[in-house]
Design a protein. Structure first.
Length: 303
């Protein structure tokens, strides 16, 4: 991986990071506590979540559009900040807004949606050479994962059918859980021999088809942000978990894509349970990650 993960103590939060922390917490609370479960069984709550995301984008002065599918049963929420010189080149930032049954889904994946909204808020008044597309996906969870009515598969297929030039896609998949305790981080074999056992970092992962894009992203993140980070590029057959999110939909259509994650069940024992609640997340660490990602995406869109 380009650069190295930092080892020293973190600085005090900046004003931008403090504001981001407050907004991230508010978004996660609204989605996980006020709305709660949001999935195909609780269709009313799923639509409430879509409305919340749509309203949040609109309140920023952005123009969200619904990508409706499955006979108008489900929708993705799409926002484009159009580029100037190279408008046809698109960087996609995505996060799924559904949760599993019986879980409020604070980390999975209200945290990713909150990050999506806060990255968009920070970039909304800027114009870049490339287009940045923000997408909140429906139906990432079972029984939709890997099927044609998975929200990100619908979106990726539309890009494929339109012959769009996707420079890269970043899937924001669980960004809120961190721990400084020893042995708080575990891994699928054989990764435990190579990575730290303290859950204090954010992970960037991809398969070999997207290695160049992952290198670009983690290089810029480490250049801007003093938060621990780890990267992994692996064949899917060796570490199947790298394809467990919306990045896999874009791989299916030949687009470079990576997942940014806190590693979900490999550190968060509340994953896919009723205990995945707002109060369990670390919003200070999350804010550092999100501000770093925002700076990274701005640089990639300027290249």
């Amino acid at each position: 991986m380009p650069g190295e993960s930092i080892k020293e103590d973190l600085a005090v939060l900046s004003e931008d990071e403090i504001l981001t922390k407050e907004k991230l917490s508010a978004h996660v609370f609204a989605l996980s506590e006020e709305i709660g479960e949001r999935h195909y069984i609780e269709k009313g709550s799923l639509e409430q979540a879509a409305n919340y995301i749509e309203t949040s984008f609109r309140d920023m002065g952005l123009n969200p559009v619904s990508e409706i599918y499955s006979d108008k049963l489900y929708r993705n929420i799409v926002v484009n900040i159009y580029g100037r010189q190279r408008r046809d080149e698109i960087i996609v930032i995505g996060a799924h807004y559904d949760s599993v049954w019986l879980s409020p889904g604070a980390d999975d994946n209200a945290s990713g949606v909150a990050a999506l909204l806060e990255i968009a808020r920070g970039l909304r008044e800027q114009r870049f050479p490339k287009t940045i597309r923000f997408v909140a996906f429906a139906n990432e969870e079972w029984p939709f994962f890997g099927r044609d009515n998975m929200g990100s598969r619908v979106n990726a297929k539309h890009s494929y059918d339109r012959n769009e030039l996707i420079s890269g896609m970043i899937s924001l998949e669980m960004l809120g859980y961190y721990s400084l305790k020893p042995n708080s981080q575990v891994y699928p074999k054989p990764l435990s021999y190579f990575y730290p056992h303290q859950a204090n970092f954010i992970a960037f992962v991809s398969d070999f088809s997207s290695r160049n894009f992952l290198h670009d992203v983690i290089r810029e993140f480490r250049g801007f942000n003093r938060f621990p980070s780890e990267g992994l590029i692996s064949p899917q057959f060796l570490v199947p978990d790298i394809k467990r999110s919306d990045n896999s939909s874009f791989w299916s259509y030949g687009f470079p894509a990576i997942m940014v994650t806190d590693t979900s069940n490999y550190r968060n024992r509340k994953y896919h349970t009723a205990g995945d609640m707002h109060r369990t997340l670390d919003y200070e660490s999350m804010a550092r990650v999100v501000v770093g990602l925002r700076q990274t995406i701005a640089t990639l869109a300027n290249k």
